[in-house]
Design a protein around this ligand. Structure first.
Ligand code: C6P
Length: 425
């Protein structure tokens, strides 16, 4: 019996059912989803890498460039004023989205990576000394490893890594033990792992650090599109995310930081817009948030992020989370029907992504064959090589879900994987 003849019947469950979402309407808002790839309907399951953009975001960017674009904060003319109002309006939307106390706590950067580098360079550079320690976890993206390694190289500090279980769950006692050294200057960890899907217990992790006077940075690159985040309730000191993973354009990131910390930190980069007064002898820096936004920012893209946050808020993150959880459960059950398929990351608290290996098939081959079926997934180490090393694999295939994905698409993924099996048997 070959693999195809073993193909189980496709789902008898309603294909686009979701508790609270009108998926037909939501999907219609994404022009890119209408196309065919290699003659097959596009099934886009690479959302953890970057998610597609709804019409509202595409239009907001077009309206800016087509209607009122000019540089911000500088001009006395009307277009500059209008662009400035829209740009600062997006800052208020980001503040409200994270429930930050003030817009002064919202810094626009290029992406999560730059947000973390800003903290490593500015906070780390001024606070961390030789012999100090930074605590991260074993499931970090390279963006939350390498900036700290660079800081350690510059200062003589030491990076400490809290381990996780085979299921992909952080070992909280080990994390706590690392915090107890008396030398930890910052704990920096991922909210939602891009390689495993694990949702970390960030609130207890923050509280454990704060009980020892240690500030915390949370890498929220993957969490913000899937979970409601309230930085005041979490009480984190820094929170970083990228616009392109939350239905907004690329080229924009957000760094939330508590005002007192940001005020005490030196600028990250020097240039225009971050100053109050410049002489050749001395420069006085601008107030927050401008102190950390040197040079002309990604104006239209920041405005596009504002539109994305409005769009997602209107749908409601609770409804998004419920729908995606349903998809995850369905996808997990269907994937487990495939012999030789091993899901990596089975944490009890897990978001809608499935990373897996298939016995005898390299993940890149899986990705390439799936592409011919119109199914876009990511194959590789997902910029989380230590996670691959932890499991002794070079790479995984990863299907990651967004609000617009359907059970039909899970079925298409599973059907294509049976084809992969057939080709390799
Ligand atoms: N992960 C993925 O396919 P940037 O590139 O700066 O927007 O985001 C970096 C980043 C930081 N932390 C986490 C947890 C991430 O998942 C990412 C980006 C993508 O998984 C691209 S490697």
């Amino acid at each position: 019996m070959n693999a195809m003849s073993a193909l189980p019947a496709l789902s008898t469950l309603p294909p686009t059912r979701s508790a609270d979402l009108d998926l037909v309407r939501i999907r219609a808002e994404f022009p890119i989803l209408r196309q065919k790839i290699h003659g097959k309907p596009l099934v886009y399951l690479d959302n953890a890498a970057s998610v597609q953009k709804p019409r509202a975001v595409i239009d907001a960017i077009g309206e800016c460039y087509g209607g009122y674009y000019a540089n911000i904060h500088r001009g006395v003319h009307l277009l500059s004023e209008r662009s400035t109002v829209a740009y600062e309006g997006a800052r208020e939307k980001a503040r409200a989205f994270l429930n930050a106390a003030s817009v002064q706590e919202i810094i626009f950067t290029r992406n999560t990576t730059e947000s973390i580098n800003l903290v490593a360079s500015s906070f780390g550079g001024s606070v961390v000394k030789a012999g100090d320690q930074i605590v991260i976890t074993g499931m970090e993206h390279h963006s939350n490893i390498v900036p700290w390694q660079l800081l350690c190289e510059r200062t003589g500090a030491v990076l400490k890594v809290a381990p996780f279980t085979d299921a992909g769950e952080l070992i909280l006692e080990e994390y706590e033990r690392l915090l107890d050294s008396g030398r930890v200057k910052l704990a920096a960890f991922v909210h939602l792992s891009n390689a495993l899907g694990t949702i970390n217990p960030v609130k207890p992790m923050i509280d454990l650090a704060h009980a020892r006077g240690i500030p915390v940075l949370v890498d929220g690159a993957q969490s913000v599109p899937h979970l409601a985040v309230d930085v005041q309730a979490l009480d984190c000191d820094f929170y970083a995310f990228s616009s392109h993973k939350i239905y907004g354009p690329s080229g924009v990131g957000v760094l939330y930081g508590k005002q007192a910390l940001l005020e005490a930190m030196p600028p990250y980069q020097g240039g225009g817009d971050m100053i109050r007064l410049v002489t050749f002898e001395k420069t006085e820096y601008a107030d927050l948030p401008n102190k950390f936004e040197a040079g002309t920012p990604s104006i239209a893209e920041v405005i596009g992020l504002g539109a994305a946050l409005d769009w997602l808020t209107a749908i409601g993150l609770d409804a998004v989370a419920a729908h995606e959880h349903e998809l995850l459960e369905y996808a997990t059950a269907r994937l487990q029907e495939i012999p030789g398929l091993n899901i990596m990351g089975t944490a009890r608290d897990k978001a809608a992504l499935a990373a897996f290996t298939l016995q005898g098939v390299h993940p890149h081959d899986i990705g390439t064959i799936l592409d011919r079926e119109g199914v876009a997934i990511r194959a590789g180490h997902h910029c989380a090589q230590p996670v691959m090393q932890r499991y002794g694999v070079p790479a995984t295939a990863r299907a990651s879900f967004a609000v617009y994905n359907t059970r039909d698409e899970v079925d298409a993924l599973v059907k294509s994987l049976w084809k992969v099996k057939e080709l390799f048997e």
